[in-house]
Structures are given as structure tokens and as C-alpha cells.
Design a protein around this ligand. Structure first.
Ligand SMILES: C[S@@+](CC[C@H](N)C(=O)[O-])C[C@H]1O[C@@H](n2cnc3c(N)ncnc32)[C@H](O)[C@@H]1O
Length: 316
């Protein structure tokens, strides 16, 4: 049954995958309640040989019999190996627990195995073993394209940049300079490697290890950017931060502080993954805010329309 569903999804997506040259995509997302997993396919430049499958098992509610759940996962993995023609070493399985804040970015292992994958002709390094996330958020594929299209000749700022994928898109779209800010040394180094992999190594590309909230305060009035991508975590706390960050509670201040660095006709793209997020338009009435969530939701995430919310923000 599960193999049938994978084949059906493959068939449903195949034309679109070909037409759009998509090589990293979500094939299955808990479509059948008894198989509560997400299946993501990643391909490298030699598609025939370089294919990896990243499976995330959603944590089962306490009511589910553990043995049964294990058996079902095993059945699903057998089907995946068969339908997607992958061997054990190309298949990675994780359990996704509900986590808040720091736990999400903590290490699972230290394999340091990186694989090169292709998205929109751009190369990215992903890691299937060491962290919960791979380094490339597939649901933001369209958003990244949007960044590239807007970036030509623009000064680009990427806040909470993670592995810098949006920066690579901005650079490939012809941004005149880029600034990539993240608090984590590891992710910033990863962002640098992603940029270098695509030939962006010049001085016009700056990487800053900082708490974005403090950095924004420090830079107010000193810098201007024409295009800003702001994709904060839903919740964040760290050894280096005295306070917590909560996107629902703090988004008004964050957007206002970010907008202080925006040129007069600049564009701020703001996004987050909080499923119940509500934009406080009233408090932000000084801005023009366009909800671009639907337009940035790729076909392979249609069944999970709350995966992210996304907004284009300008000064009137
Ligand atoms: C892009 S955000 C969140 C991505 C995605 N929206 C999510 O919720 O999983 C993740 C990144 O934010 C960084 N980060 C978290 N809090 C931060 C802060 N206060 N300042 C700078 N970077 C921060 C983490 O190091 C990580 O690279």
C-alpha cells in the first residue's frame, strides 16, 4: 500500500519535477495516517548515481503500539528502497520530536558527511546525519527564487541565515553585495562553503556571527539594504542570549528594527514556520504588507499549507 502511494505521488509530481528541473523535493508527507513520515528526495548533479532519501518519522502519540509503529516504519523503508532505487547508505531516517528553541539545532551526530545537491542550477551542501534539518529547507524553494529575481544590483541582507541558501540565490541573481548574519559559527561556516561552492568568494560577500537582534540595534542608521530576507525561528534562546525570542510576541519589534536598515524603496521578505502565526497588521500600519504565503508554497508542500508563512513588506 505504501509503495503504491509513493508511486502515485511520483507520477503526480514527475512532469512538474522535469519541467521545473527540481531535484530536491518532498515526495510524501504523512498522506496515510498509519505511515506518519515525511520522505524527501535529494539529488546531486549526476542524478542517476547521486540520490539520497531523508525520512523523518513524526513522533507517534503515546496511544500507538511501539512494535506496530516499528514494523510499519520498516515496511515503509523497504518500499522506499525499492521504489526510489536507493541502497541503505543512501537512506537516512530520523525521528522528529516536537522541539522548541535550542534543541532543534543541537547535534545528533558528528559524521561531518556532506553531500552536494542541486537546486535551480545552484549547488548546496547538505548533511543528512548530524542535525535534525539537512541544511536546505525545501519548502522555501520558491521564496529563494523570488529573492534571486529581486536581487539584481541590490544590496542584500540575510538575517537568521542558517546555511545561507538565500544568500547564494541573491548572489546568483546579481546582488551587488550581501551580508549574511547568524549566531551559529557552524551554520555561518556552512553558508560560506555554500557560497564558495557556487563561486561567490569576493569581499562583497560579508559573513557576520552575531545575535541578529543585537546586530540590528548596532547597525541602525549605519547601513542600508535594498532587499532583506528575514526568516527567524519560531522560538529562540541560547547561551549567548540573555533573553528569549518568540516570533509571535516579538515580530512587530523585529520587523520595525529590520526596516530601519531598509532603503526607502527596499523590500523586506519576512517568513516563519509558526503554524498559528498571526501578523499584527495594526501595530505595523506604517508598512504595506502583502501575504505571499500561497504564492511561495511549492506543489510538493500543498498538503501541508501551514509549513511556512511569508510576507512582502515595504514602506508605503
Ligand atoms: C533560519 S532560522 C529558522 C529557520 C526556520 N524558519 C525554522 O524555524 O526552522 C534558523 C537559524 O537561526 C539562527 N538563530 C537563531 N536565533 C538567532 C539569533 N538570535 N540571532 C542570530 N541567529 C539566530 C540559528 O543559528 C539557525 O541558523
Amino acid at each position: 500500500m505504501f509503495a503504491n502511494r509513493l508511486n502515485k505521488n511520483l507520477k503526480h509530481l514527475s512532469r512538474w519535477l522535469k519541467r521545473e528541473h527540481i531535484h530536491c523535493y518532498r515526495l510524501y508527507d504523512a498522506d496515510m495516517p498509519e505511515y506518519a513520515i515525511a520522505v524527501d528526495v535529494y539529488e546531486g548533479s549526476d542524478y542517476a548515481k547521486q540520490r539520497w532519501v531523508h525520512v523523518q518519522e513524526y513522533e507517534a502519540p503515546g496511544s500507538v503500539d511501539n512494535e506496530k509503529a516499528k514494523q510499519r516504519l520498516n515496511d515503509a523503508l523497504t518500499a522506499i528502497r525499492h521504489v526510489l532505487a536507493v541502497k541503505d547508505q543512501q537512506l537516512f531516517v530520523k525521528t522528529r520530536r516536537r522541539q522548541k528553541g535550542r534543541g532543534q539545532y543541537e547535534k545528533l551526530s558528528t559524521s561531518k558527511h556532506f553531500h552536494q545537491v542541486i537546486e535551480g542550477g545552484i549547488r548546496f551542501l547538505v548533511n543528512f546525519e548530524d542535525y535534525l534539518d539537512t541544511g536546505l529547507f525545501l519548502d522555501h524553494r520558491i521564496t529563494r527564487n523570488f529573492v534571486a529575481k529581486l536581487a539584481h544590483g541590490k544590496r542584500f541582507l540575510n538575517l537568521f541565515s542558517y546555511t545561507g541558501s538565500a544568500t547564494v540565490y541573491a548572489a546568483s541573481g546579481g546582488a551587488s553585495l550581501t551580508t549574511t548574519v547568524d549566531m551559529s559559527k557552524t551554520y555561518l561556516a556552512w553558508a560560506k562553503r555554500n557560497m564558495a561552492l557556487n563561486g561567490f568568494e569576493g569581499k562583497e560577500h560579508e559573513f557576520v556571527q552575531a545575535n541578529c537582534l543585537e546586530w540590528l540595534d548596532k547597525m541602525a542608521g549605519k547601513r542600508r539594504y535594498d532587499l532583506i530576507f528575514l526568516d527567524p525561528p519560531s522560538f529562540s534562546t541560547s547561551k549567548r542570549m540573555d533573553t528569549t525570542f518568540d516570533v509571535q510576541r516579538d515580530h512587530v519589534a523585529l520587523i520595525e528594527n529590520t526596516a530601519r536598515l531598509l532603503s526607502s524603496d527596499g523590500i523586506l521578505i519576512f517568513s516563519n514556520n509558526l503554524r498559528r502565526f498571526r501578523m499584527d497588521r495594526e501595530s505595523l500600519s506604517g508598512f504595506t504588507i502583502k501575504d505571499i504565503t500561497k504564492a511561495t508554497l511549492p506543489k510538493d508542500f500543498e498538503r501541508n499549507s501551514k509549513i511556512h508563512n511569508c510576507w512582502e513588506i515595504r514602506r508605503p
